[in-house]
Design a protein around this ligand. Sequence first.
Ligand code: CAA
Length: 292
Amino acid sequence: METTPDLQKIRHILVVGAGAMGSQIGLVGALAGYQVTVQDISEKMLAPASEELSLRLDRSVAKGRLERDAADAAMNRMSFTTSLRDAASTADFVIEAAVEKLEIKREIFRELDEYAPAHAVLATNSSTLGSSKVADATGRPDRVCNMHFFNPALVMKCVEVVRHESTSQQTVETAMGLAARLGKAPILINREIPGFVANRLLGALRTEALKLYDGGIASFEDIDTAAKTALNHPMGPFELMDLVGLDVAYLIRQAHHQETGDPADLPHPALAELYEAGHYGRKTGKGWYEYP
Ligand code: CAA
């Protein structure tokens, strides 16, 4: 993997957004030896995020996957704040993992551009919005790209690095290099395309699973069982929707439909029903399955 001057400079990574994705991406960085700040506008998000990460580390220590000292050192490299200005001022690389709303992301990128050092790459973890949609809110579109992690980010190896038309080769190499240093397996996507690569593959499976369920061909539990026992997938498509969040699955589908305009790409009715009822999966205690 190429090393770039920007990659060499990275000491401090800022992750914007303390949801499950943002906080786990932060811990991945801290475990790899970087100073990490996780920023969120909501104070209420920060303490639970930090507690959840400590629990994850304790579990890894208990399972013998990590030394206690390494876990403590990783946690000591992490800080949590509500101040984007302070956190960005010393950031060498930023990964934005805030809510999937374009206007909010554009404002974050505008602020990041103002506060972050000129050399910092500004990446978005968005799975639905190509970085071209936020790059022009900054004065450094060549240093903007997608860096898309998968859920759970602590475990999943794939990171999709997606370039837009103005992303420089150096930015691509820095993002790919950083992903590799985080212990991930980056793949490069040369053109913005809805769903990138992995979610397009997943979407095909999910669409078929929803069609089978809706047609009364099989129960969602049995469809999940087939994916696990016939295809060796670690989780069935319905279990996976519950893990990722039905809100995320719904919004991905809706964004895809907005891009294509094809009614066949609308969120599936059974998914829309759960979404509208506020059943988002594991995070709300109910989705396709119930989580007591
Ligand atoms: N967060 C962090 N770590 C988790 C976790 C979570 N939610 N769930 C499980 N883990 C960790 C466990 O701690 C364990 O790690 P250690 O062995 O180091 O302790 C490891 O994962 C294995 O966990 P389990 O033994 O409890 O369970 P498992 O073997 O069934 O694995 C799983 C759980 C890793 C989630 C596995 O079922 C899996 O890989 N599922 C598929 C996940 C997937 O496809 N993700 C992609 C989603 S698509 C997406 O993310 C796209 C997008 O744009 C939103």
